[in-house]
Design a protein around this ligand. Structure first.
Ligand SMILES: [Zn+2]
Length: 655
């Protein structure tokens, strides 16, 4: 069959719609492992799965034979089909209207492409023009502002191609049209000049402004932000929407950030250009800025491509406007967050500062900022806290109002585990230390949520409720828990690798409590350690220190995974000193791992407990209630162990 040339719109729509997990799982049995799926590679014979599919990256990769690519490539290889055949198939499947290219359409497309190329060229010329003007006498004031107010050195000015638009009316126009011979229409389409309102001719859109070029992901200039030097309004003037520039689809500095976002598996979104520049300047590179608008769904999706675990941190200003902007941003992307498709966290800097101010006024600003990022609360925590801040919960009407708003928030959570977790969290917050209230609050939330779902449940026997006096659980936010766990796991592994004499102790403690490594890179490394030990038993008996080099040999086989744990193989002087109180460190770290187990157990019990009815199931209700109490008790003990020695853990932690 002769396949017609497909229209790029059709191809783009197919790419947008197709989901790699759907496509692959039609031919391969996939199992979820962490954020990814694994299965037996269909392209080479194997008995243990080395074929992985990443729904976030929308890519597959086989560690066995090295094949990899997108959903379309998978179908091409699996079905020995051409690109067009695959796209056509998918278009049918997703009911996407297929547009083909007639010869004249092809010409038109060619023309549009060449127009785009010319626009890129014009914008690049404009950027160098502005950059040049910044170094001229006319740009003196702008340059001084950047140096003294924004603390930007030459390197940063160059890196971000900052410039200055002269105060005159047609300097850029003359440069581009008269000197460089660019067509007026195109310069206008690029958003750089405007037709005069009276009479003929054009004038420059940006005048007497600091010019901040906005680049696309590939690093090409697609527009500008212009900041007024004086009190002129607007303070920030952006390029208009053009064929190249679409505000809602663009993130400032993404071209300089995406590698770091992928490396650190986390993206930070700030409000202003200069916040992003300031953070990059001090070496925090996983940062982009939204372009003065609420973060759109499309911008969010753009970011999510680069982070495996979908971690996004919003750092908007903490003033009233910033809080509103944050709430608006959350509103846009709440759907993703509620579905658990993004791990959204909110960072408000102390004293309502923006990132630029914070870095300027804080000694060790970069380090402090990193620390704050690590402890940023999850968005729902932030929202719940916003609801509670300034309310007097002892007043019944205020209490009721807050509780109702919380129910509305929780109602949207799709993940049952998350819902259980947050019901637990809110009950604790609202109880204000009166622990005997917690079970009742939990039950109330559950009842309200059920009411919202219009599936009323039967009322419980009131007299029985009083028995559930549960102590308050640990007051650490989820993200702090995560950080601590990460540090604890790393510590255990580091001791295991570098202190052979403690290996048996670690194995014993893990076995005794049935503890597992929760974070996938650590779990991976632990598996590798066990593998290496079983194949190289005799070598290791003689030379236990060889474990590390044997593991490093596996980097060839598992390059991507090994990179993530590589830092554990090295021990600098400070670290080796830190390893002196090893037995205590092992116990503390193990306690951190145990917390995870008990938290899971607690949530499970709460969930089951909520489902049951006292009237019909008193025994099981009591059983789970006991489980909850037991979990709270053990968690408190563990908390004590951790608190006593927590500084040690942080000291061992990788920076
Ligand atoms: Zn393979």
């Amino acid at each position: 069959m002769q396949i017609p040339r497909l229209h790029p719109d059709t191809i783009a729509q197919v790419k947008e719609r197709v989901d790699i997990v759907d496509v692959v799982s039609e031919q391969v049995v996939l199992r979820k492992r962490g954020k990814e799926y694994v299965g037996l590679c269909p392209f080479h014979g194997e008995k243990t799965p080395s074929f992985t599919v990443s729904p976030n990256k929308q890519m597959y990769y086989c560690f066995g034979c090295g094949t990899g690519g997108t959903a379309i490539k998978f179908l091409m290889e699996a079905g020995k089909q051409s690109f067009s055949e695959v796209v056509l198939d998918l278009a049918r499947r997703y009911q996407i209207r297929v547009k083909t290219l007639e010869p004249e359409q092809r010409q038109e497309l060619q023309r549009q492409l060449s127009l785009q190329e010319q626009l890129y060229e014009i914008l690049a010329l404009a950027a160098s023009f502005y950059q040049h003007a910044l170094r001229q006498p006319q740009g003196q004031q702008a340059l001084e502002y950047l140096q003294s107010q924004r603390h930007l050195g030459e390197e940063t000015l160059q890196q971000f191609q900052l410039g200055y638009a002269p105060a005159t009316w047609e300097t850029l126009y003359r440069y581009l049209v008269e000197q460089k011979g660019k067509p007026v229409q195109l310069v206008k389409d690029a958003g750089l000049i405007l037709p005069r309102k009276s009479g003929d001719g054009y004038y420059d859109r940006f005048r007497d402004r600091i010019m901040i070029p906005i680049h696309d992901r590939q690093g090409r200039v697609i527009g500008f932000g212009g900041r007024a030097l004086g009190d002129e309004l607007p303070k920030y003037l952006n390029s208009p929407e053009t064929p190249l520039f679409n505000k809602g689809k663009t993130l400032y500095a993404l071209d300089k950030a995406y590698n770091a976002i992928a490396d650190q598996d986390q993206a930070v979104v700030v409000e202003g250009y200069f916040d992003a520049i300031a953070l990059h300047r001090v070496g925090i590179h996983n940062v982009v800025a939204s372009l003065g608008t609420a973060l759109s769904l499309e911008q969010m999706r753009l970011l999510l491509r680069y982070t495996e675990s979908n971690q996004i941190i919003l750092n908007f200003d903490a003033d009233k406007a910033g809080t509103t902007a944050t709430e608006r941003a959350i509103g846009e992307i709440a759907d993703l967050a509620y579905k658990g498709q993004v791990q959204l966290r909110i960072l408000n800097l102390p004293d309502g500062k923006d990132a630029d101010e914070f870095l300027t006024h804080t000694p060790d600003g970069a380090e402090q900022y990193q620390q704050l990022l690590q402890n940023a609360p999850l968005w729902l925590h932030w929202q719940i806290d916003q609801l509670i801040i300034g309310k007097d919960l002892k007043q019944a009407p205020q209490f009721k109002q807050v509780a109702q708003k919380i129910v509305k928030l929780l109602y949207k959570l799709e993940d049952v585990n998350q819902q259980t977790y947050y019901i637990d969290y809110c009950a604790e917050k609202l109880s204000q230390g009166q622990t005997n209230l917690i079970p009742r609050l939990i039950q109330n939330f559950q009842t309200q949520l059920n009411k919202l779902r219009q599936t009323p449940i039967k009322k419980d026997d009131k007299s029985n409720r009083k028995q559930h006096n549960l102590p308050v659980s640990i007051d650490l936010s989820l993200s702090q828990e995560h950080t601590l766990l990460q540090e604890a796991e790393a510590l255990l592994l580091r001791i295991y690798l570098h202190r052979p004499e403690y290996r048996q102790t670690i194995i014993d403690i893990l076995d005794a409590k049935d503890l597992l490594f929760s974070l996938s890179p650590h779990r991976f490394l632990w598996q590798q350690i066990l593998d290496v030990q079983s194949v190289a038993q005799s070598v290791l008996l003689q030379h236990p220190e060889k474990l590390i080099s044997l593991l490093q040999d596996r980097s060839i086989q598992f390059p991507e995974e090994m990179v993530l744990v590589e830092h554990l193989f090295h021990l600098n002087e400070k670290r080796s000193q830190d390893l002196t109180r090893t037995p205590l460190a092992i116990r503390t770290a193990a306690a951190c791992l145990e917390v995870v187990t008990w938290n899971k157990h607690k949530r499970y019990c709460i969930e089951q407990w909520q489902k049951l009815n006292f009237a019909t199931d008193p025994k099981r209700k009591e059983y789970y209630s006991q489980g909850i109490r037991e979990a709270y008790k053990r968690l408190q003990e563990l908390q004590k162990i951790r608190q006593t020695n927590i500084l040690d853990i942080h000291k061992f932690a990788p920076i």
